[in-house]
Design a protein around this ligand. Structure first.
Ligand code: KG4
Ligand code: ZN
Length: 335
């Protein structure tokens, strides 16, 4: 089954075609990140305007690079939320128009279910459920206990900022460009992760929730009180802050593993899963740890939306086709 996926929840305009939920035939992404590089974040109206311009060229490029025709597509899957309203509208309207023109069924996908579907893109190995999945991006930081490709329970979430937001806001404090994750990571290269002391959030708590706002505040005051801002100091500060965010994510994952000992795999998804320091720290975990195989599958992309649409159809049958209109796309249960 070939699904054409569309994702426009934030500032990307993305179209992909995926076969049987796994084989990515094309994954085209146009981003307006450079436009927001000098600012602290995305301006919603600007992002949506840019998406209106990019949508048709990106769609055309996707069809051409996969050698696809409308007849060879079986269904359309589109992110229906959460996200920026104007941006979601661009993707939603395009998907509705295509579904109507090409006479294809339409599947509405929850953005988080898309991220949770990214570890099996381009993978031939069978996933062994149950899986504990950490989904960390700019908009959310969640822990899921997953029983199948579409079913699972939310077992932890952030109480304030998301992990990606902690990178973005931290980068802004240090004067680094948006998005903060990659720029903080670059600034931290060869830095000493123990040069500055940051607290481990929620250390005494046994639950699996997250909190990043204290780290951000600690960075703000540490930066303000620096006696020197030479290159080594700044490198060490970025490295210590990045380490503190990653350490908190890992501490919560360990707690979740204690609570759910039947888990067979750990998955880490979302923009923050591209972080190489986090990946190296997770190298020591006792279970199979999977990340999306390409960095372009970590950040927002349409291949993950097409994949989620496929598995929704496989596990829900034709009810998946009502998901654009109903809440059925949220087959994950919120605990
Ligand atoms: O999943 P995503 O593309 O969009 C959302 O759904 O939010 O995630 C974007 C977030 C941003 O906050 C960005 O700073 C962060 O992911 N990010 C990273 C890295 N690449 C992107 N964070 C840490 N290290 C990275 N290499
Ligand atoms: Zn996302």
């Amino acid at each position: 089954m070939r699904i054409l996926g569309i994702e426009t929840s934030c500032d990307e305009t993305a179209v992909a075609i995926v076969e049987d939920g796994i084989r990515v035939l094309c994954n085209i992404i146009a981003s307006s990140k450079e436009m927001f590089g000098q600012l602290a974040g995305v301006i919603p109206e600007e992002a949506a305007r840019n998406q209106v311009e990019c949508m048709i060229p990106v769609l055309r490029k996707a069809m051409e690079s996969a050698g696809a025709t409308p007849q060879s597509i079986d269904a359309i899957a589109v992110t229906k939320g959460p996200g920026l309203l104007g941006s979601l509208l661009v993707g939603g309207v395009t998907a509705r128009a295509l579904a109507s023109l090409w006479k294809k069924p339409l599947i509405g996908v929850h953005h988080t279910l898309g991220h949770l579907s990214s570890p099996w893109l381009d993978q031939t190995e069978e996933i062994r459920f149950p899986v504990i999945c950490l989904s960390a991006s700019g908009g959310h930081t969640d822990l899921w206990y997953r029983l199948s490709h579409t079913k699972g329970t939310l077992i932890g979430r952030t109480l304030d900022d998301a992990a990606g937001e902690a990178f973005d806001k931290g980068a802004s404090i240090l004067g680094l460009p948006y998005p903060g994750g990659p720029s903080m990571s670059k600034a931290a290269e060869d830095g000493d992760v123990h040069a500055f002391d940051f607290p481990l959030p929620l250390k005494e708590e046994s639950h699996s929730d997250f909190s990043f706002s204290g780290l951000k505040t600690a960075l703000k005051y540490t930066f303000r009180d620096l006696t020197t801002r030479d290159a080594t100091t700044m490198r060490n500060l970025a490295a210590s802050y990045q380490h503190a965010i990653c350490n908190h994510l890992i501490d919560r994952l360990k707690k979740a593993l204690d609570q759910y000992p039947r888990a067979k795999e750990i998955h880490v998804v979302g923009g923050v899963s591209a972080n190489s320091h986090l990946r190296s720290l997770l190298g020591t975990f006792p279970l199979t740890v999977r990340f999306p195989v390409k960095l372009s599958y970590c950040t927002d992309n349409a291949a993950m939306i097409a994949s989620a649409g496929y598995f929704m159809h496989r596990e829900l049958g034709d009810a998946a086709f009502q998901s654009f209109e109903t809440e059925a796309s949220l087959v994950l249960q919120m605990a």
